[in-house]
Design a protein around this ligand. Structure first.
Ligand code: SAM
Ligand code: SF4
Ligand code: SF4
Ligand code: SF4
Length: 405
């Protein structure tokens, strides 16, 4: 038995496929609709939902199961879909503790949605890229209008109903230049847990309209960097600026995913997020029709590992190609990463972003490398201090009263 399976796996659900009410310029998922030419509906059927729920609960080795609803935009399915999902979770629950996490653009939230989230204890992730002028650069609707006002309305409703929420902020070529504006804004909004996701995409040249244009890291044809991609050093500086602010006054008050992950790695614990673990491969994605893929960021025909309606999840996880996918996170690293002084934090980050070469000409280096080197080297002494506090059962927040050099 694969030891990673013993500790559980995740399945990110896309019950509306790539269908969305928005048209965010940088979205990696919208074009996945092309993978289902001729599909008349992108709504997960009741049968597939039931099979998915049953298998996901029964095949999970642990006593807790987390459903993560994403897309496309999951609110487009309407509340009844999720009421049914909860009934099915109850039906197949087998005494396990079940959590639900819901990733949304926030635009369609209303009192009814928020009351539902509160009543059933959903954790809601809201995508917001900063204050209005930064958010509206890329997060636009089908009429090319900014969505900031509607997202803020959604957040106010979540707060009114006391729904637990966190934020996802895509760091792109524009907002990366304004780290403190973004950070201060997210604090004002009431985000207790911030996730920053760097954008690094390449667009293929000479594509036919039916091709996916945002390409896999191994693609060797003609391509160009997508203009919204963040510059690696700028990303590093963005993180450093926010860290410097956080470490002075916000430790223990605001949580930032990459800071948590770095501290966990320093302390010898699992990072808590796949990109900063040594290996991956246990976070699958399921499309509206039951197709299962190696990962949400590898929804490509080459990475389809089966369909939930006719294969067990365990069988898919144990397929040699899926095992290789997860092991390659470490095995395929260039030598530069394996010998890197901040490897214990960075771990080569996500294989999706490994499309550049090392100085020695070796392929498979992470595009964001320079930024990560800058950030991880900067935070290293602080992380060592905080890990030492943890090891002595003291609070890492004590760092706010220290001078670290
Ligand atoms: C694909 S969306 C689906 C859920 C929902 N529609 C939303 O926007 O939150 C999931 C997350 O991916 C982020 N995202 C979109 N395009 C991305 C890209 N090219 N690289 C990294 N993250 C991206 C979005 O900002 C969002 O936080
Ligand atoms: S709202 Fe989410 S799924 Fe829709 S376009 Fe934006 S990032 Fe993509
Ligand atoms: S490919 Fe990247 S996002 Fe997917 S599981 Fe691995 S580290 Fe995570
Ligand atoms: S900082 Fe660069 S060299 Fe070091 S592990 Fe990360 S990607 Fe590899």
């Amino acid at each position: 038995m694969n030891t990673r399976l013993l500790s559980g796996f995740n399945l990110l659900a896309k019950p509306t496929g790539a269908v969305c009410n928005l048209d965010c310029a940088y979205c990696y998922y919208l074009e996945k609709e092309k993978m289902y030419p001729g599909a008349s509906s992108f709504r997960m059927s009741d049968e597939t939902l039931e099979t998915f729920t049953r298998k996901y609960i029964h095949e999970q080795p642990g006593a807790e199961v987390t459903f993560v609803w994403q897309g496309g935009e999951p609110t487009l399915l309407g509340l009844d879909f999720f009421k049914n999902a909860l009934l099915l979770q109850k039906k197949y629950g087998s005494g396990k503790i079940i959590h639900n996490s819901f990733q949304t653009n926030g635009v369609l939230l209303n009192d009814e949605w928020c009351k539902f989230f509160k009543d059933y204890n959903f954790l809601v992730g809201i995508s917001i890229d900063g204050p209005e002028k930064l958010h509206d650069v890329y997060r636009i609707n089908k009429g090319s209008q900014g969505t900031f006002a509607k997202v803020m309305r959604g957040i106010e409703l979540l707060k009114k109903h006391q729904v637990e929420f966190n934020t996802l902020t895509v760091v792109n070529n524009v907002n990366a230049k304004k780290p403190l504006e973004v950070y201060t804004f997210l604090k004002q909004v009431g985000s207790g847990y911030m996730q920053f996701i760097p954008i690094a995409e390449r667009i293929a040249g000479n594509c036919s309209p039916s091709d996916l244009t945002l390409i896999l890291p191994e693609y060797e044809g003609q391509s160009e960097l997508a203009p919204w991609s963040v510059n690696p050093l700028e990303y590093g500086k963005f993180l450093v600026a926010i860290f410097n602010e956080w470490v002075k006054r916000d430790v223990g008050r605001y949580f930032v995913q990459i800071f948590d992950a770095t501290l966990a790695n320093e302390a010898g614990m699992p990072a808590g997020v796949c990109v900063f673990n040594e290996r991956c491969g246990d976070a699958l994605a399921v499309e509206h029709n039951g197709d299962v893929f190696s990962c949400d960021h590898f929804v490509y025909p080459e990475y389809k590992i089966g369909n939930i309606n006719n294969t067990s999840l365990k069988k898919m996880l144990l397929l040699p190609e899926q095992q290789k996918f997860g092991n390659d996170k470490y095995d395929s690293l260039p030598r530069q990463c394996k010998e890197c002084d901040v490897y214990r934090y960075c771990r080569g980050e996500c294989p999706k972003n490994r499309f550049t070469n090392t100085k020695m000409g070796e392929a498979g280096l992470n595009y964001l490398c320079d930024g990560y080197k800058l950030f991880f080297r900067h935070v290293k002494p602080h992380m060592k201090f905080m890990a030492n506090e943890l090891a002595h059962e003291r609070s890492p927040a004590n760092i706010m009263y220290q001078r670290i050099r």
